[in-house]
Design a protein around this ligand. Structure first.
Ligand SMILES: NC(=O)c1ccc[n+]([C@@H]2O[C@H](COP(=O)([O-])OP(=O)(O)OC[C@H]3O[C@@H](n4cnc5c(N)ncnc54)[C@H](OP(=O)(O)O)[C@@H]3O)[C@@H](O)[C@H]2O)c1
Length: 305
């Protein structure tokens, strides 16, 4: 048997607990991965609380988690690569808080040796969301980009990737995160009343805005600052977005995107603060910390090898 975090009813972090599950055998096109690290993200909390139940209902006992890194420990009958023993980074829907996952062999890339498990385990969801959204907003050299919730998981990656594209980045966060944002390459600005004026005080214009906060304030300031509405997007669930004509952007995952993120991370050109790593058995505590809404960088669950 194998351990996995499950929940049997929607609710607070306390509904999460470890359970013995069958790790399963990989079918055609699949591999089984012994997970070493699994990233934690706000979507996991929304799912746990039942907020997404209309379009993504849980099937109790339900597993959780969308990103992982680990070692392939079994391969399906027709799978030639990756081989058993390969360290990989990958994604899978609502199963990754576990010792084992079964995944398509195509939804994986090799983990560079120099990349720690914790950092590898948090690349697939937040990292790929950052890549996708900057692509959708057509961020390019010479742009000035406003990123709301810049110190969070997606924001941390988006700031650095936008900077790599040659953009100037203004990032919003509370003052305790301003030094962190400077380290990532952003000009930090505090959110809260007067946000638009504070942004205007540090940059002459804003060409695009990516929102990870979902607040009316962030969306309104984006609309006030960016002339082209098609270059404003939010990744948060926010009723105000549609009202203001702001598009909701969704992540698109691909092995090519993930391989690029892994290579940049291994080269030390992309990083994220791991606010805290927790053993799998402490998933409920990780969710208590997640639910504060003030995580810097990423939270990650780890298992013994
Ligand atoms: N659509 C998609 O495909 C997709 C994919 C991934 C994530 N998401 C969504 O995108 C959002 C962000 O995800 P994430 O993983 O980056 O979240 P996260 O890591 O939990 O974000 C935490 C950050 O939010 C900041 N924050 C809190 N209140 C804020 C405010 N009023 N204004 C600006 N920043 C604020 C915090 O900074 P301080 O501590 O300094 O306050 C903290 O650093 C979530 O709603 C998530 O569900 C969507």
């Amino acid at each position: 048997m194998s351990a996995a975090v499950v929940f049997e009813e929607y609710g607070g972090p306390e509904v999460l607990h470890l359970s013995d599950v069958d790790p399963g055998e990989p079918g055609p096109g699949q591999v089984r991965v012994r997970v070493r690290a699994a990233g934690v993200q706000p979507a996991d909390s929304l799912f746990r609380r039942g907020v997404m139940r209309q379009f993504l209902p849980a099937r109790f006992p339900q597993r959780l988690g969308n990103e992982f890194a680990g070692v392939v420990d079994a391969v399906g009958p027709d799978v030639s690569a990756p081989a058993v023993g390969t360290a990989v980074i990958g994604w899978a829907a609502q199963v990754c808080y576990a010792e084992h996952v079964l995944v398509p062999a195509t939804d994986l890339v090799s983990k560079p040796d120099s990349l720690p498990w914790t950092h590898a385990g948090v690349l697939s969801a937040s990292g790929q969301t950052a890549v996708t959204t900057l692509e959708l907003l057509a961020v390019t050299a010479g742009d000035t980009v406003l990123i709301h919730a810049a110190a969070g998981g997606v924001g941390s990656f988006a700031v650095q990737l936008a900077r790599r594209s040659g953009a100037t980045v203004v990032g919003t966060a509370s003052p305790r995160n301003h030094e962190y944002l400077r380290g990532l390459g952003a000009i930090p600005v505090a959110y809260g009343e007067g946000l638009t004026d504070r942004v205007r005080a540090v940059v002459p214009r804003v060409d695009a805005a990516l929102d990870g906060s979902g607040t009316l304030e962030a969306l309104q300031s984006s609309v006030d600052l960016v002339a082209d509405r098609s270059r404003i997007g939010t990744i948060a669930f926010s009723p105000a977005a549609a009202h203001l004509g702001v598009a909701r952007l969704s992540t698109q995952r691909s092995a090519a995107r993930l391989a690029r993120l892994a290579a940049l991370s291994a080269a030390g050109e992309l990083t994220v603060e791991i606010q805290q790593a927790y053993p799998l058995a402490e998933a409920a505590q990780a969710h208590r910390d997640l639910d504060t809404g003030h995580v810097r960088g990423k939270l990650v669950l780890t298992t013994e090898g």
